[in-house]
Design a protein around this ligand. Structure first.
Ligand code: HEM
Length: 157
C-alpha cells in the first residue's frame, strides 16, 4: 500500500468517533460497575473523548482547538478518581464490544493499533487516578498513535 492512511482516515471521519463514544457511554451509564463513576459526567464528555481520540489518531486538532484541550487537561480529569483495575477492564470490554456493534473497522491491523492505544491510555488513566496532583506540564504535546508494528491497514495484496 503506497499511501498509508492515518488511523483516523482508515476508521472513517469524526462522526465515526462520535458514534463510537456515544454508543459506548450509553452502555457505561447502564453498567453496574461504571455508572457510578460517570454519573456526574459533563454533557460534553462524549464529544470531548471522541475529539481527543480522533486527534491522537491523526485526525487534526479536534480536542486542542475545539475544546481548548491538551494532554495535560485530559490527564487532569482523571486525577484523584481512584480508578481500579476492575473498572479499567470493564471500560475496555464495553468499548471493544461497542466497536464491534457499530461496525468499526475490524481488520487485524487496525484493531491491533486500536487496542494498543486503549491499553496504554486506560492503564495511564488508572495510574494517574491514584495521584492528587497533575504531574503533566500544560505544554506537553498531545500523544500521537500510528499503526505500530503492522505498518498499515490490512492489504490482501
Ligand atoms: C484511552 C483511555 C481514555 C481516554 C482517551 C479518556 C479521555 C478522557 C477525556 C478527554 C476526559 C475529559 C472529558 C471532558 O473534558 O469533559 C475524560 C474524563 C474522565 N474520564 Fe477518561 N479517558 C480514558 C480512560 C478512562 C477510564 C478507563 C476511566 C474509568 C474507568 C475514565 C474515567 C473518566 C472520568 C470519571 C472522567 C471525568 C468525567 C466527568 O465527570 O466529566 N477514563 N477522559
Amino acid at each position: 500500500m503506497k499511501n498509508i492512511p492515518t488511523l483516523y482516515e482508515w476508521a472513517g471521519d469524526i462522526k465515526t468517533f462520535e458514534n463510537l463514544f456515544a454508543q459506548f457511554y450509553d452502555k457505561v451509564l447502564k453498567d453496574d460497575l461504571l455508572s457510578e463513576v460517570f454519573k456526574n459526567m459533563s454533557p460534553e464528555h462524549v464529544k470531548h473523548v471522541a475529539n481527543f481520540v480522533a486527534e491522537v489518531f491523526g485526525g487534526g486538532q479536534f480536542y486542542t482547538l475545539e475544546n481548548n484541550g491538551s494532554h495535560s487537561k485530559m490527564i487532569g480529569q482523571h486525577i484523584g478518581k481512584m480508578l481500579s483495575e476492575e473498572k479499567r477492564q470493564r471500560w475496555v470490554h464495553l468499548l471493544l464490544q461497542t466497536a464491534d456493534e457499530i461496525g468499526l473497522k475490524s481488520d487485524p491491523e487496525f484493531r491491533s493499533a486500536f487496542v494498543g492505544y486503549i491499553e496504554w491510555g486506560t492503564r495511564l488513566a488508572v495510574i494517574n487516578s491514584q495521584l492528587t496532583e497533575n504531574p503533566m506540564d500544560t505544554n506537553e504535546p498531545m500523544p500521537k498513535w500510528g499503526w505500530g508494528e503492522t505498518g498499515g491497514p490490512y492489504d490482501p495484496d
